[in-house]
Design a protein around this ligand. Structure first.
Ligand SMILES: [Zn+2]
Length: 119
C-alpha cells in the first residue's frame, strides 16, 4: 500500500509540473501576441500540447505551437498525426481579457474548436 500511495503522489507532481510549464507557455504566447484576447489550449492524451493565440474575431493571432513538456520534440504519435482530434483530452481558451461577454466567448469557442466542442 505504501508503494502505491507513493506512486500516486509522483503522478500528481508530474501533472503539476506540466501545468506550470503550460502556464509559462501561455504567458509567453500572450506576451508575443498583443492582439490576443485569449490562448486556445489543446491537451493531448500523450501530454503534448497545442496552443495558439486567438484574436477577438476568433482568428489565430499567432502561429500554432505544438510542444511537449521538458522534451526537445513532440512525441512520435504527434509527429505522425499532428495531434489528431481523437487523442484530445481537453480543449479550452485561456482568456486574457475579462471584459469579453459570454456571447462573444461562445462565438469564439465555436469558431476555434468547431461545434464538436464539449463545452
Ligand atoms: Zn504527443
Amino acid at each position: 500500500m505504501k508503494i502505491k500511495r507513493k506512486m500516486k503522489k509522483k503522478k500528481i507532481s508530474k501533472q503539476l509540473k506540466i501545468q506550470k510549464s503550460e502556464e509559462a507557455m501561455i504567458a509567453g504566447i500572450i506576451e508575443g501576441s498583443p492582439d490576443a484576447v485569449g490562448v486556445a489550449v489543446v491537451r493531448l492524451e500523450c501530454d503534448c500540447r497545442k496552443m495558439a493565440a486567438i484574436d477577438q474575431e476568433g482568428e489565430p493571432a499567432s502561429k500554432l505551437i505544438i510542444y511537449r513538456d521538458s522534451a526537445e520534440s513532440i512525441c512520435d504519435k504527434c509527429k505522425k498525426d499532428d495531434g489528431a482530434f481523437s487523442r484530445v483530452t481537453e480543449e479550452f481558451i485561456h482568456w486574457v481579457k475579462n471584459d469579453i461577454n459570454e456571447a462573444d466567448r461562445k462565438k469564439i469557442l465555436v469558431k476555434v474548436f468547431g461545434s464538436h466542442t464539449t463545452h
